[in-house]
Every structure is written in structure tokens, then in C-alpha cells.
Design a protein around this ligand. Structure first.
Ligand SMILES: Nc1nc2c(c(=O)[nH]1)N[C@H]1C(S)=C(S)[C@@H](COP(=O)(O)O)O[C@H]1N2
Ligand SMILES: [Mo]
Length: 309
């Protein structure tokens, strides 16, 4: 179930080994009722993991848990990536509700525990490419956004999906900065949102999502720059019009709506041709659509990607 039917995972034999070891560890925990009660949140009991991985294109290594959880962009806490983890420690990701409304036949509100029970959690290893030109490879746990959208039944007028993050200035010091238009917001076209690579992530490295990575639930759209992958989601709204986004509001000449990873279209402050993979030396070329071109290029047929950046 996990990774088997998505062809583009590029992982090394070392990663394969680590994933298998992690898989064994999780199975051992799940096999023991006592440990399950003591160590694994019951939410994760639905976790379905399969060690079957396509052996093709094994070139990327997983970024360490340490790096993924200590080098974070989460402006609600801080603009200093290395301060986010500490400032996010006191944030309370439970209880939590996600509302889904707008142009849908069945608007719904889910508690986070309902979401974890209702939608089987899969592991997805994706590259994450920040527009600041660094990247990581992250083993997420989550489920396709399409599964959730199917439950609310978008109407035929729905063409976009808007996502809104939590607003809690008491717990999130960055939200007291009046320069930004809080809360953080993002959007996708409905076909992008329905694409099987688009997931809602609830964990990473086999554990619940740490606060600094967007607990308890965040979007992951691996072919777009990292800022599209909005954290701490409380509202998902189906709409007819293209929603405004946090970054295109803050700096319209730098950020468009699409934000597809594209090495040929430079950002005003950063060439996008190459990237620095966190934990590795040197730079590597950035791949069109972050390496997911075969899966997603058809979504943009006929569009001028230099204009729709
Ligand atoms: N709500 C919210 N979501 C956010 C951000 C943010 O500041 N606030 N930063 C984005 C950016 S710029 C990136 S690169 C990724 C970073 O995710 P990570 O910290 O899990 O690697 O989260 C994205 N999601
Ligand atoms: Mo980013």
C-alpha cells in the first residue's frame, strides 16, 4: 500500500535498509499490546506499511530525522529556521478540528483522531524543495487529499481548494508580526488537489508529526516549492475562484499561485537551477517539477510556465 503504486520514489539501498528496519520496529510495536498502549498513539494503529519498494532509480538518501525536525520554515513561530523547533515545543496540537466546507455537497468537521482512524495512513518518501534552494528527502505518513475530498463531494462549480492554517498568536510569536497577513493561507487547483501524489501528512519517520513540521496535519505537494505545503491546517474550502495565498499577498512580484519547482524560472533572489541537499556537500541540479515531471506535467499542458510561476 505504501509507495508501491507510485513510481517516482528515488531512494538508496541504504534508505531501503533503514525503511525495512523501521518497518520491523513498527511491526514489533504494533504486535505488542502493552507497548502499543504505552508508546504508540492509538491513531497510528491503522498505519499500513509495506516493505515492497520498486528498486529502480535508487539515488536519493533520506534526510536525517534530526535535520528534518531542527531546520524548519514556520513563520508563525519564527523566521529563524533553527529557532522554530524550540519555540514550537509548547504548541498544543490536540484537541484539533479540521473543517471542510465551501462548494461541497457534504460539509464536514473532523476531529484529528477521526481523520487518523478514517483514512489509512501510508508512508510516502518525497523530496521537499524550498524556494530558498535547499532540499530534503522526507518519509511522511499521511493519506491522499483526494480521499478526503471524495467524502465531502465537491460540486461542479468547485475549481480550487483553499487551505487555512491555525491562528493562535498567544502560542505563535511570529503571528504578532503585523507585516504578514495572518493566518497563513494556500491554494491548489482542484485537479492538483486530487492528484494522487498530493497528501495530507500526519507524521514522519513513523511517528506523529512534530509541532515544528506542522502538527497535527499539513499538506504535502512534492512537485511544488515547500511554501505550498501549508502546516497546521484548520480549514479546507472548495471555491470557484483562485484563492489568495500568504506569499503572493506578502510579495506579489516574487510569488505566484502555481509555484511548481522549475529550474528554468529564477526567483528574483534565488536562481532555481541547483539546490543544496541538507546533510550533503555541494549542490545538485534541480529537477523539473522536483523530479515528478512524468506524474504531473500533464496538469500544465498548454500553460506558459514562465508566466504562471
Ligand atoms: N503555516 C505555515 N506553513 C508552512 C510555512 C509557514 O511558515 N507556515 N512554511 C512553508 C515553507 S517555506 C516550507 S519550505 C515548508 C517547510 O516544511 P518543514 O519545516 O516540515 O521542512 O513548510 C511550508 N509550510
Ligand atoms: Mo520554503
Amino acid at each position: 500500500m505504501l509507495r508501491s503504486n507510485i513510481p517516482s520514489y528515488e531512494i538508496t539501498p541504504k534508505t531501503l535498509y533503514l525503511s525495512r528496519r523501521d518497518f520491523m520496529k513498527t511491526s514489533a510495536l504494533l504486535a505488542s499490546g502493552a507497548l502499543l498502549a504505552a508508546c504508540v498513539p492509538s491513531d497510528l494503529s491503522q498505519l499500513s506499511r509495506s516493505p515492497s519498494i520498486s528498486p529502480t532509480l535508487l539515488t536519493d538518501t533520506l534526510t536525517s530525522y534530526e535535520a528534518i525536525t531542527t531546520y524548519n520554515n514556520y513563520y508563525e513561530f519564527s523566521m529563524d529556521k533553527q529557532a522554530v523547533a524550540r519555540l514550537a515545543q509548547k504548541f498544543r496540537p490536540r484537541p484539533w478540528e479540521v473543517h471542510i466546507d465551501g462548494l461541497v455537497r457534504r460539509p464536514k468537521t473532523y476531529g484529528i483522531e477521526d481523520l487518523l482512524k478514517r483514512f489509512p495512513q501510508e508512508e510516502r518518501i518525497y523530496r521537499l524543495r524550498c524556494v530558498e534552494s535547499w532540499s530534503m528527502v522526507i518519509p511522511w505518513l499521511g493519506f491522499p487529499l483526494a480521499n478526503l475530498l471524495a467524502e465531502v463531494e465537491p460540486t461542479s462549480d468547485a475549481r480550487f481548494v483553499r487551505f487555512v492554517s491555525i491562528l493562535r498568536p498567544e502560542e505563535m510569536p511570529g503571528q504578532r508580526d503585523p507585516f504578514f497577513d495572518w493566518p497563513y493561507q494556500e491554494g491548489l487547483r482542484l485537479d492538483e488537489a486530487m492528484h494522487p501524489l498530493t497528501i495530507l501528512a500526519t507524521g514522519l519517520y513513523g511517528e506523529l508529526l512534530p509541532n515544528q513540521n506542522g502538527a497535527p496535519i499539513r499538506l504535502v505537494v512534492p512537485w511544488k516549492y515547500g511554501f505550498k505545503s501549508i502546516k497546521g491546517i484548520v480549514l479546507i474550502e472548495l471555491a470557484a475562484a483562485q484563492p489568495k495565498t500568504f506569499w503572493s499577498t506578502a510579495s506579489p512580484h516574487e510569488y505566484g499561485f502555481y509555484a511548481n519547482v522549475n529550474p528554468n524560472v529564477p526567483h528574483p533572489r534565488w536562481s532555481q537551477a541547483t539546490e543544496r541537499r541538507i546533510g550533503e556537500l555541494g549542490r545538485r541540479p534541480t529537477l523539473m517539477f522536483n523530479g515528478y515531471e512524468a506524474e504531473v506535467a500533464h496538469l500544465y499542458t498548454g500553460m506558459d510556465l514562465t508566466k504562471n510561476y
